[in-house]
Design a protein around this ligand. Structure first.
Ligand code: UDP
Length: 324
């Protein structure tokens, strides 16, 4: 199989590319290196069957060429990370909506299948637990940039369905929940790599808000497994899937578990949201996926537990700090 991955030098994309090459598939990657990095794909550069281009997903001729040559396109390129989203709302909207429009327009020329990356952010302020794919989306006010990201991802999903219905493009939508693992940078605000780094250097572990908010963290290897199965499953086309782990943890407990795993004496510091982000920032208090649809469609359940995930991220960060 030949797979085209937009955002293939990013965190999830590079793990997906590595897995596909290992399985003997051909992989082409397009990335603008805005949040992705060459270091993520350096080990793949000399692999037969791997190629990469540095460029934008809004470049229609380039994207069309790459989509045409592939059996399936996985569109992961997007503005990511809560910090970046809050600080750069124009970039967020333009990248997420413009990029998806280009990929779908390119795919519609020969009706090539596309897996579109969406986000659990689209469930917004919903207080239901866990989130199911056909739940209502409860977005907050337009005055808060965070919702621009949620809305851009919801619009991507609508675009996907529009291209499917009007032009016949086979589209599968993946709503990623918090995905973590080796190689994820904390630079864009993601919580686990930040906590691990802080614990290992003995710095205060910065828990935003009260720490009572909960998340479910999925290991990137589980997420990649789900993607590989979804891209090969005809029955998944035209459908939305929650992709993630359903083991729930509060952020305060996460900080404690990271500290324990590191054998660290870092203090845990509660940081008000307005100090961490900006005044008026809204956080989701509880977020977790119902992953039963993934199981009934592709027979997949997440396998990697949170403590193993923490261990894995920590070992990776230890060796990275050692190299530096
Ligand atoms: N968070 C935190 N400390 C950090 C970074 C994030 O307490 O250094 C919190 C954040 O406010 C949120 C949760 O951890 O409640 C998950 O944040 P992340 O940005 O990783 O993902 P989100 O689920 O918000 O998209």
């Amino acid at each position: 199989m030949r797979v085209f991955i937009t955002g293939g030098a990013g965190f999830i994309g590079s793990h997906l590319a590595t897995r596909l090459i290992r399985d003997g598939h051909q992989v082409s990657v397009l990335d603008d290196l805005s949040t992705g990095s060459m270091a993520n794909i350096a080990h793949l550069r000399d692999e037969p069957g791997f190629e990469y281009r540095i460029g934008s997903t809004r470049d229609l001729p380039l994207v069309t060429e790459m989509v045409d040559l592939a059996d399936v396109t996985v569109h992961l390129a997007a503005a990511v990370g809560v910090r970046l989203i809050v600080e750069r709302p124009i970039h967020t909207i333009e990248t997420n909506v413009g990029g998806t429009e280009t990929v779908l327009a390119a795919a519609s020329k020969k009706n090539r299948p596309v897996l579109l990356a969406s986000s659990s952010e689209v469930y917004g302020n919903s207080t239901k637990f866990p989130f199911k794919e056909d739940d209502d989306l409860v977005l907050g006010p337009t005055t808060h940039s965070r919702w621009a990201y949620a809305c851009s991802k919801a619009l991507d999903e609508w675009l996907g369905f529009a291209y499917m219905r009007e032009r016949g493009v086979p589209v599968t939508i993946c709503r990623f929940f918090n995905t973590v693992g080796p190689g994820q940078t904390g630079r864009y605000g993601m919580v686990l790599p930040n906590f691990v780094r802080q614990a290992l250097i003995g710095a205060p572990i910065t828990v935003y808000g009260s720490g009572e908010q909960t998340r479910c963290f999925g290991h990137v290897a589980d997420v990649v497994e789900a993607l590989v199965r979804l891209m090969q499953t005809e029955a998944a086309r035209g459908q939305v899937f929650n992709v993630g782990n359903d083991e729930e943890v509060s952020i305060l407990e996460l900080a404690e578990r990271v500290r324990r795993a590191a054998g660290s004496s870092s203090p845990i510091r509660l940081v008000p949201y307005e100090e961490a982000y900006a005044a008026g920032f809204e956080d989701m208090m509880r977020r977790g996926p119902d992953v039963s649809k993934l199981f009934t469609t592709i027979g997949f359940r997440p396998t990697i537990k949170l403590d193993e995930i923490i261990e894995d991220v920590m070992n990776h960060e230890r060796s990275r700090q050692g190299r530096e």
